[in-house]
Design a protein around this ligand. Structure first.
Ligand code: NDP
Length: 419
């Protein structure tokens, strides 16, 4: 019985829209609004005969707070789901505040122009204070806490898979398996093969910026930064097999360090094959990953955006990707005075996802939790004034919804650990 305004119409949005349409008892009306309205119209045309959900579309530049506020006011949704890019987080939060509507997203704020001197000043101070150099962090969005509290509105941050499901796994482990969690290792394995020598599974600009940056982990109350790909481990993933994985900085480390009391160490690992890493290193060495504009034949171009235009569209990988993802968390800690270790994970099959919603598993594992987070906000189970990360709410209804909506999970009480 709710109306949801969904901003963005890329890989993740497409899955979230499919899932809202499957869940038409909750989502009676949705609006898909994005920069390129033809993509929204095409998705609507594909789905409207298959669902009871009423779908409308609109063109919007979500960087324009006034235009977005007008759109939100005229559609009057119960909440706005932001599945555009992290660059739009703050403008969409501003518009939600102006229009008096709840806000939900899947990735924390990142500045599009990292050469902006005003932004750099704040960024450099944060690097010194916190000890990690990633371009994204939660400070920008956590700063909206009071504004959302005063307005009586909810902002739910990071309801994708990682962050999102991995954070809910952490809250669930703490609630049902531990008195205190001491370490969390988040393992993100994509065992899928799309057959291209090089492609990214989601937005190339966001993906390559994340992967080519320094790694970092949180230990004993502080950040420890590593060189990109400096720490490598090999792990035998259930239903996927043995893979090389590398330690990366990842945004949920920051919120889990704040929200899981007593935690001593949090690390994040992602699997990469040799072909991906060799291509990425080469592109980086020649300057193709740069976000700073250069002059080319009288025009300003941003190298990484040009590269994006050359690479396969992540949305086109669906039909050709085979294999499985396995994403989850290994927790160690104590329960009733005894040490214990558990591993909670989900395995998702690329081809099964494609059969169901015509997307590969990376978009699927993000779009399903985006729908679930939105459902819990609009049905009131996860609604309270302020700005929250997902691990701050009761994990049980979310865990139940994961099983129901396509991302079943497993608890292994005797897992292989990571050195
Ligand atoms: P895509 O690039 O496929 O889609 C982004 C969409 O946003 C496009 O439709 C794009 O429009 C639209 N958009 C971009 N800028 C604007 C703007 N100014 N106004 C309106 N619409 C805009 O990205 P993905 O679907 O792969 O990713 C979506 C989000 O999900 C990202 O924030 C990403 O970081 C996050 N994510 C989170 C994960 C998690 O587990 N938590 C995992 C993977 C992704 P156009 O079609 O015109 O380009």
């Amino acid at each position: 019985m709710a109306k949801l305004l969904i901003i963005g119409c890329g890989g993740v949005a497409s899955v979230a829209v499919h899932k809202c349409c499957q869940n038409s008892e909750v989502f009676t009306d949705i609006m898909i609004a994005s920069r390129t309205v033809s993509k929204c119209d095409a998705l609507k045309a594909k789905l409207e005969s298959t669902t009871k959900t009423n779908i409308t579309t609109a063109q919007i530049d979500a960087d324009d707070v006034n235009a977005l506020t007008e759109l939100i006011k005229s559609y009057a949704p119960d909440a706005v789901l932001n599945v555009a890019l992290p660059y739009q987080d703050l403008t969409i939060m501003d518009a939600c505040l102006a229009a008096g509507v709840d806000y939900i997203d899947t990735a924390n704020y990142e500045a599009e122009n990292t050469d902006d001197p005003k932004w750099r000043e704040i960024y450099e101070a944060r690097c010194k204070e916190k000890g990690f150099t990633a371009y994204f962090d939660y400070s920008w969005q956590w700063a909206y806490k009071e504004k959302f509290e005063k307005a009586g509105l909810t902002a739910l941050l990071g309801t994708g898979f990682d962050p999102g499901v991995t954070s809910v796994f952490s809250a669930y482990a703490l609630k049902h398996y531990f008195d205190e969690i001491h370490t969390i290792d988040i393992l993100d394995c994509n065992g899928g093969d799309h057959g291209y020598p090089f492609a990214t599974n989601f937005n190339p600009e966001i993906n390559l910026r994340e992967v080519s940056a320094n790694g970092s982990y949180w230990e004993n109350g502080k950040w420890i930064e590593t060189k990109p790909m400096e720490i490598k481990r090999v792990y035998n993933f259930p239903q996927v097999g043995e893979k090389d994985m590398y330690l990366l900085h990842h945004e949920e480390i920051e919120s889990l360090a704040k929200n899981i009391p007593g935690v001593k160490r949090i690390r994040f690992f992602m699997t990469f094959g040799n072909s991906y890493l060799t291509h990425m290193k080469c592109l980086e060495n020649v300057g193709m990953l740069s976000t700073s504009p250069i002059e080319f034949e009288g025009k300003q171009i941003v190298p990484i955006q040009f590269l994006k235009a050359l690479l396969p569209d992540p949305a086109s990988l669906g039909p050709r990707t085979v294999g499985k993802t396995n994403i989850g968390c290994i927790f160690t800690g104590v329960k009733d005075g005894k040490e214990k270790t558990i591993y909670i994970y989900n395995v998702c099959d690329h081809q099964e996802c494609y059969k169901e919603v015509e997307s590969q598993a990376v978009s699927y594992t993000t779009g399903v939790p985006a729908m679930i987070g939105s459902m819990l906000v609009v049905n009131g189970q996860w609604k309270k004034p302020g700005v929250f990360n997902v691990e701050e709410f009761d994990p049980d209804p979310y865990m139940e919804a994961l099983n129901k909506w396509g991302l079943p999970w497993v608890v292994d009480e005797n897992p292989q650990t990571v050195e």
